[in-house]
Design a protein around this ligand. Structure first.
Ligand SMILES: C[S@@+](CC[C@H](N)C(=O)[O-])C[C@H]1O[C@@H](n2cnc3c(N)ncnc32)[C@H](O)[C@@H]1O
Length: 347
C-alpha cells in the first residue's frame, strides 16, 4: 500500500474520522491495526477517506491496512509494521529512541530544527509542536510519503518542510539551531539483508560519521547536534566515545554522552548471532574480535557548538516509559534484545 499526498481537506477528514473512531470504544480501529482486519461495519467513522488516500483497503466485507498506528501525546503517527519485510519500510515508532528524542525537543520559539532521517516524521512533529520551524529529511521515498502524510493529519504542514536528502547532501548553505537524528546505526557484515533504517555499515557508525563531519557548517552558534546511537564497545570504552574524541571539530563542541537504557549493554556474542547467515560473517566477526569489541550499548549524544571543548558522561538510564502511548501494530516488548528485533529482520 502506498499513501497519496493529501489536500488540506483530506487531511482534516482523516484526522476528524480518526478521532471519531478512536472515541468509540467498540470501534474496529484497534482491531484493524492490531490484526490488519476488521468488518466494515465495525469502523465507527467514515472509512472512505482512508481508502481514497491508500491507508486502508476494502477486501470483500473487511477493511485491511499495511500500516501501524501510534497515538501519543495527542499525535497520530502512521508507520510501517514491525513485520513488514520491505527494505525501505518506514521505521516503526515505539516507546523508545524515536520518542525519547521526540520528547526531548527544546522549545526555541522560532528556532530552526533539522531532522535527519525523519522516517515517519515523529521527531519533526514534536519539534514543530515545540514552536520550531522544521526541515525533515530522508533518503527514502516511502518515508517522504508517510512523513508528509503525518505532518498533514497532525496539522503541521506549514511548520514542517520535507526535503529528500542523503544526510546533508541537498541542504546547501542552511543553518539550524538543532540538528536531531535517530540515524541507522546497526553494525553488520556485508551480505545481510538489513533495513535502510538500520544500516550503519560494518561498525555501525557510517551515517553517524557523516552527521559529525559536517555538523559545524550547518549549525548556528550555540547550536546542537543531538542523536541516538548503538555502539560497539569493550571494558575500556565505547567506539562512539573514541569517534567523538577523534572528531575533527571536537574543539568547537561540549559533548555529553548518556547510556539510555537500564540494561546498559548486551554481549557482542548475543548481538552478532543474528548475522551468522551472512556471507561475510566470519571476516566481520574476526575484525570485531581483533578490536576486542565484546558488547553493544545504546547512547544519547548531545554536542553543543559553544567553543568550550569537553566530553562528559552523564548518569545513564534516561529511558522513560510512555505508558500513555498506544501502539497498534504487531507485538513488541521493550528488552534490549527485543528492541533489536525492530532493526534486524528475522532476529
Ligand atoms: C532509525 S530510522 C529513524 C526514523 C525516525 N526519525 C524515528 O526516529 O522514528 C532512520 C531513518 O534514516 C533514514 N536514512 C537512512 N540512510 C539515510 C541517509 N543516507 N540520509 C538520510 N536519511 C537516511 C531511513 O530511511 C530512516 O527513515
Amino acid at each position: 500500500m502506498n499513501l497519496t499526498p493529501l489536500t488540506e481537506k483530506e487531511a482534516k477528514m482523516i484526522s476528524d474520522n480518526l478521532h471519531l473512531a478512536w472515541k468509540d470504544n467498540s470501534s474496529g480501529l484497534k482491531r484493524l491495526f492490531e490484526t490488519r482486519k476488521c468488518f466494515v461495519g465495525e469502523f465507527a467513522a467514515d472509512y472512505k477517506p482512508f481508502l481514497d488516500v491508500g491507508l486502508l483497503a476494502r477486501v470483500n466485507g473487511h477493511l485491511t491496512t499495511d500500516f501501524a498506528l501510534v497515538y501519543v501525546d495527542g499525535f497520530w503517527i502512521f508507520c510501517d509494521r514491525p513485520t513488514n519485510p520491505r527494505i525501505d519500510r518506514v521505521f516503526p515508532v515505539f516507546d523508545d529512541e524515536s520518542l525519547l528524542l521526540a520528547r526531548s525537543m527544546p522549545s526555541h520559539l522560532g528556532g530552526k530544527v533539522l531532522d535527519i532521517g525523519t522516517g515517519s516524521g515523529a521527531i519533526a512533529i514534536y519539534a514543530a509542536k515545540a514552536g520550531n520551524r522544521v526541515l525533515a529529511t530522508d533518503i527514502s521515498q516511502r518515508a517522504a510519503a508517510i512523513a508528509q502524510f503525518n505532518f498533514a493529519i497532525n496539522g503541521f504542514s506549514d511548520l514542517v518542510r520535507y526535503r529528500h536528502s542523503d544526510v546533508y547532501q541537498s541542504l546547501a548553505a542552511k543553518k539550524f539551531d538543532l540538528i536531531v537524528s535517530n540515524p541507522p546505526f546497526v553494525p553488520h557484515p556485508k551480505g545481510f539483508h538489513l533495513f535502510l533504517h538500520s544500516d550503519g555499515g560494518a561498525d555501525g557508525l557510517a551515517i553517524v560519521r557523516r552527521l559529525l563531519q559536517q555538523a559545524k557548517s550547518f549549525l548556528n552558534p550555540n547550536g546542537e547536534l543531538r542523536f541516538v546511537v548503538l555502539s560497539l564497545g569493550n571494558n575500556e570504552g565505547w567506539l562512539i566515545e573514541r569517534e567523538l574524541r577523534a572528531w575533527r571539530d571536537a574543539d568547537a563542541f561540549t559533548v555529553q554522552i548518556q547510556n539510555i537504557y537500564r540494561e546498559p549493554s548486551i554481549s557482542l556474542d548475543e548481538f552478532a548471532e543474528r548475522f551468522t547467515a551472512a556471507s561475510d560473517y566470519n571476516d566481520w566477526r574476526q575484525k570485531l574480535i581483533r578490536r576486542s569489541y565484546d558488547r553493544v550499548g545504546y547512547f544519547l549524544v548531545r554536542a553543543v557548538m559553544n567553543g568550550a571543548p569537553q566530553l562528559q558522561w552523564l548518569p545513564g538510564d534516561t529511558k522513560q516509559k510512555f505508558d500513555d502511548t498506544t501502539f497498534w501494530g504487531d507485538n513488541y516488548s521493550g528488552s534490549m534484545s527485543n528492541r533489536l528485533k525492530r532493526y534486524i529482520q528475522g532476529s
